[in-house]
Design a protein around this ligand. Sequence first.
Ligand SMILES: Nc1ncnc2c1ncn2[C@@H]1O[C@H](COP(=O)(O)OP(=O)(O)OP(=O)(O)O)[C@@H](O)[C@H]1O
Ligand SMILES: O=C(O)c1ccc[n+]([C@@H]2O[C@H](COP(=O)([O-])O)[C@@H](O)[C@H]2O)c1
Length: 220
Amino acid sequence: MATSPAERPPRVGVFGGTFDPLHAAHLRLARAFRDQLALDEVRLIPAGQPYHREHAPHASAAQRLAMLDAALATEAPGLVSDDREVRRARPAYTVDTLQELRDELGAEAELWFLIGGDSLQQLHTWQRWPQLLRLANLAVAIRPGFVAADLDPAVAALWQARQVSDFSNRTPSGTIRALDLPPITLSATAIRQQLATGQDCSALLPAAVLAYIRQHRLYR
Ligand SMILES: Nc1ncnc2c1ncn2[C@@H]1O[C@H](COP(=O)(O)OP(=O)(O)OP(=O)(O)O)[C@@H](O)[C@H]1O
Ligand SMILES: O=C(O)c1ccc[n+]([C@@H]2O[C@H](COP(=O)([O-])O)[C@@H](O)[C@H]2O)c1
């Protein structure tokens, strides 16, 4: 765990994803998350069993974690992988992950969970979702196609009520903030399709991830 100045509680970001594979937009989001919220650390957490997806991931959980670790090996400080959901022999519920982190870090720690706008549109379907904002703050990366008016009414009410503009008054949980980042069109689905048809994805993937994909002959 990165150290925080002794006079204040730690500020920890959590970025969960299937990461099949981790791509350039994920890294850009993670860096913006770290920098805009002045976090001590961002933990990237691959979902071991992403129960919510229509299709199982193409790469195994171990391979997705290995690609993440390879990419982070050359990253700037503050981005680390966390394998707790890969080790968990049951579906990856974010509420369980945030509860574990809250127990480990203590009630005073500032905890942030980062999600894309497409995930926010589905938030009302997540396991015990109303607990999420009791455990953490939410940072949202607006994705092309995001329309706030299309949110589920209960999520829309939170989106309205919990966004705060003054961040000098930082809290352990309960607020929502949109990252200030132009929407990025990139998706892992598009990258898998391009890899399967032999297209050049070197601009879309960290070099270490592309090398791993080639070595292990993934997404063919
Ligand atoms: N280009 C993007 N802009 C904003 N958020 C994104 C972007 N790509 C991924 N995310 C967010 O990152 C998290 C993890 O994403 P995930 O690993 O599912 O990648 P993905 O590109 O959406 O993959 P797939 O196409 O396989 O669904 C999710 O909350 C998702 O909304
Ligand atoms: O907890 C849930 O019920 C839940 C439902 C859907 C998605 N999530 C989490 O949201 C994150 C992004 O999911 P995905 O499918 O876009 O990679 C990842 O950490 C998932 O575990 C969590």
